[in-house]
Design a binder for this molecule. Sequence first.
Ligand code: SAH
Length: 368
Amino acid sequence: MPSTKSPRPEPGSLLELSPKALRAWLAERGLPVYRATQILAWVYRRGAASFAAMTDLPRELRAELEGTFAFPELVPTRVSRSADHTRKLLFDLGDGNAIESVLIPDPPRLTLCISSQAGCAMDCGFCATAQLGLRRNLSSVEIAGQVRAAQAQLDPDERITNLVFMGMGEPLHNYDAVVEAIATISSDWGIGISARRITVSTVGLVPRMLRLVTDTAALLAVSLTATTDELRDRLMPVNRRYPLAELMGMCRSLPIPQRRRITFEYVMLDGVNDSLDDARRLVRLLTGIRSKVNLIPFNPFPGTDFRPSAPEVIERFQRLLLDANVNATVRRSRGRDIQAACGQLALANRDGDVAPICLLYTSDAADE
Ligand code: SAH
């Protein structure tokens, strides 16, 4: 029987301890479902290091769990700390894939940015992750595991206040795992970060946006980045499937509580989407939607032809939005010295030992 201390059991030999798999396994054995909550609380809330440590479970059950499930732990292979206290965690998934999470302090907030897939299938022209293609979906255990691993890196006085799915991957393209991870992260038996402080960022997979706000209390962020179908088709191929009218129509009709807003991310690309006409079209697109806009200066990566818009161009763009009563913030780049900003991770990993990925450095997308 493999030891629970082993960080990575032989692939296929043990099951992953997802809430769903655990409940199914208990049910199969005719064991009460409350055991699932008890076991998961040991893992996520009480920080047990092994099944053996779950002292209020019958000894035989502990042994059976050990023989059946891998104890969920995701151990970072590298943690880099930036001068601005941004921390980047690199995880080697053991199958040739790597992902990263970034902790971004912005007192009183501490935001964790996590990945939902290794690579990405969405193929956005300005994103480094797109170059990898989709390597694979992360499991709910791997997604929630990033949060646990980040918690282990906190200083004693720190606490994660917000969580954003703005790392690698398209969260709504890995829907079931993301929703299960949100349950693990937000429930009482789990990590206990309220779903209202979790933001899921999407390229705009329209039908799943509706499912997400129906199935969870998480906030939604939509990566817009273009104000015409002609440009968005080119920058974000998903637009050919779900064009702007459909996307904005869905945003307008989503059943979102009155006091909440949808965040729209807009990557500022020099000479591509940063004119005042773009800003005016953006204002029109957002009419009737409780929204806020995050303007993100493009982070260049090797091989890209795009350049970031100049600060004064971004400021002019923002001013037009503000004058039209559209809430707009310019994202500061964080963790540049440790390549934690979006598109920079390809640089960080150029030694070739892990796959390059792309992350965003935003920190307040989940404000209420
Ligand atoms: N797939 C999801 C979440 C991951 S990307 C989505 O697209 O929303 C998170 C954010 O980073 C998105 O808003 C994306 O547009 C932005 N982004 C991607 N590449 C970037 C780059 N090179 N510079 C700045 N922002 C980038």
